[in-house]
Design a protein around this ligand. Structure first.
Ligand code: FAD
Length: 495
């Protein structure tokens, strides 16, 4: 006789949806509780004035992780992906042309002509080294469950010793060993900000991210907009009987010994299951909902968090020729900016920001003859800058700067405008202090040292998403969903 097991998933971010898909395909009965009115978490949608905007992620690496997810449940990938080529454009203040960052090393070498002698050869040496780190950690660390910190350290001994210097050397220093041009070093080190640190204090092991973007699988987005990922996953979940309850926030729990008995929502309703998966931030959930001292507000504040998003969504009349699909706008003071952005209690005066123009490749995102602009400016989180009553100033400065740099009067052509400050991000998805990508990935907060994907006390509680192992980013939380599925399959098998 088959005995069913019920799984309650708290949150409907990508980590949750992927877990629900895997678990329901194995025969578990899955129910999802979501605080927001729509599924997807940070991977969300804003529809306004005839425009549609992806609210957060706009591209991803390691596209094959999505293929693995759908293949593992006997489905075709339900959305169409398109490779970014060039990967992105980087505008540096004081230079008249943006750098086009290509995966093709010959084309990329042309971009740095006159700036970096023998670029292609140096790039090849640099990426070969980065590739070794990628392959030597992929299965030994990233795609591995750890049962204890000791187990993690034992596992670390299986990573070849030759990579050890890269743990102690900074990303910036490693780039300096291979390249002389400041521009090359700045552009290649931008990925460090995704990890929640600057290249000056990020370990060089993360040069593996340059391998993933520039050589391995590149960057991809989704035809019709990133939200198609969520839109096409929902029917697959429906087909497997997964129910989603929106506008419902879990605020407390009840337990007996080492078992969670229920989670309670803000209306007092108790939700029960055999197994629970939290997709809410794995660190702050332990503090706020489980009341763990190790994750008290003071302890959480002492951890390292990624920057907070300040995001602007603009519908603009006309076509802006000097913008690509993915564009970075940097100033001329990279070192100083990187050093102050994490600590400053004021909004940056000359902000660095990223602009995504989905209408460049997806015509359905904007009415004809218009562009939809998503602007992301990473800013200090709410620990250092709690007050955003001055948000309009930063918005106006970014729009002015962008208009000047692309030679288009954006301000006068705005037909739709929405702004989310870190406070909004915190409120919408329970992002701790508004941190955009969750816990940072410094050496003390990765692998077995990150809040674990299995609870330390409750045998029927698991975690998936940005702040647990293996970490943040779309393909990485998909990997995380595979890891907890493995655990649940073994520890709570359907008999
Ligand atoms: C502005 C921005 C841009 C980004 N760009 C990229 C990018 O280009 N590429 C990339 O790969 N990654 C990007 N990321 C990171 C990526 O979005 C995240 O790593 C990933 O989406 C996290 O997914 P998750 O599974 O942790 O779920 P989340 O997105 O964190 O979703 C968690 C869900 O749980 C719900 N929830 C929380 N607490 C409760 C509760 N108590 N009760 C009920 N529900 C609850 C929330 O409302 C939310 O819906 C970006 C993030 C941001 C903010």
């Amino acid at each position: 006789m088959v005995v069913g097991k019920k799984v309650l998933v708290i949150g409907s971010g990508l980590g949750a949806l992927s877990s629900a898909l895997r678990l329901s395909s194995l025969g578990y009965e899955v129910e999802i509780i979501e605080k927001h009115h729509r599924a997807g978490g940070r991977l969300n949608l804003l529809e306004k004035d005839g425009f549609s905007f992806d609210t957060g992620p706009s591209f991803f690496s390691m596209s094959y992780e999505f293929r693995e997810l759908f293949q593992s449940v006997g489905e075709e990938v339900p959305f169409e992906i398109q490779e970014l080529d060039p990967l992105y454009y980087v505008h540096i203040e004081g230079r008249d042309k943006p750098f086009k960052i290509y995966k093709d090393s010959k084309l990329l070498a042309k971009e740095f002509e006159g700036l970096e002698h023998n670029f292609e050869e140096k790039l090849n040496t640099y990426l070969t080294r980065a590739a070794q780190v990628f392959y030597d950690t992929e299965y030994r660390i990233v795609k591995k469950n750890f049962n204890s910190i000791l187990n993690y350290f034992l596992q670390m001994t299986k990573v070849p010793k030759k990579h050890l210097p890269l743990v102690f050397r900074s990303f910036w220093k490693e780039l300096g060993r291979h390249f002389e041009s400041e521009e090359v070093k700045i552009i290649f080190s931008l990925v460090a900000f995704f990890l929640g640190a600057t290249p000056f204090n990020t370990p060089a092991v993360y040069s593996l991210l340059n391998y993933t973007e520039l050589k391995h699988d590149g960057y991809w987005n989704v035809k019709g907009g990133m939200y198609k990922i969520v839109e096409t996953m929902l029917p697959l979940l429906g087909k497997r009987g997964v129910k989603i309850h929106y506008n419902t926030e879990i605020v407390s729990c009840g337990f007996d010994g080492n078992e969670i008995k229920y989670f309670q929502d803000s209306n007092g309703k108790q939700w029960t299951a055999d197994i629970y998966v939290s997709n809410s931030d794995a660190a702050s959930f332990r503090g706020r909902i489980l009341g763990r001292k190790k994750f008290s507000a003071a302890k959480l504040d002492a951890m390292e968090w990624t920057l907070a998003p300040f995001t602007i969504y603009l519908g603009v009349k006309g076509k802006i020729e000097n913008l690509g699909h993915h564009n970075y706008f940097l100033g001329s003071n990279f070192r100083k900016y990187a050093d102050t952005i994490f600590k400053s209690n004021t909004a940056p005066e000359r902000p660095y920001y990223y602009v995504n123009v989905a209408s460049k490749s997806n015509s359905n995102c904007a009415p004809e003859g218009h562009e939809n602009l998503f602007i992301l400016c990473p800013v200090p989180d709410l620990r250092t800058k709690p007050d955003w009553s001055d948000a309009e100033n930063l918005k106006t400065e970014i729009i002015r700067d962008l208009g000047r740099r692309v030679g288009y009067d954006i301000q006068s052509n705005i037909v739709s405008e929405t702004l989310y400050t870190p406070k909004d991000w915190e409120g919408m998805f329970n992002l701790y202090r508004g941190s955009g990508l969750g816990l940072a990935h410094g050496i003390k907060q990765v692998g077995g040292l990150r809040p674990a994907n299995k609870d330390e006390q409750f045998a029927n509680l698991y975690y998936v998403g940005a702040s647990t192992h293996p970490g943040t980013g779309l393909p990485i939380v998909v990997i995380g969903s595979g890891l907890i599925t493995e655990r649940i399959k073994h520890e709570h098998a359907i008999v």
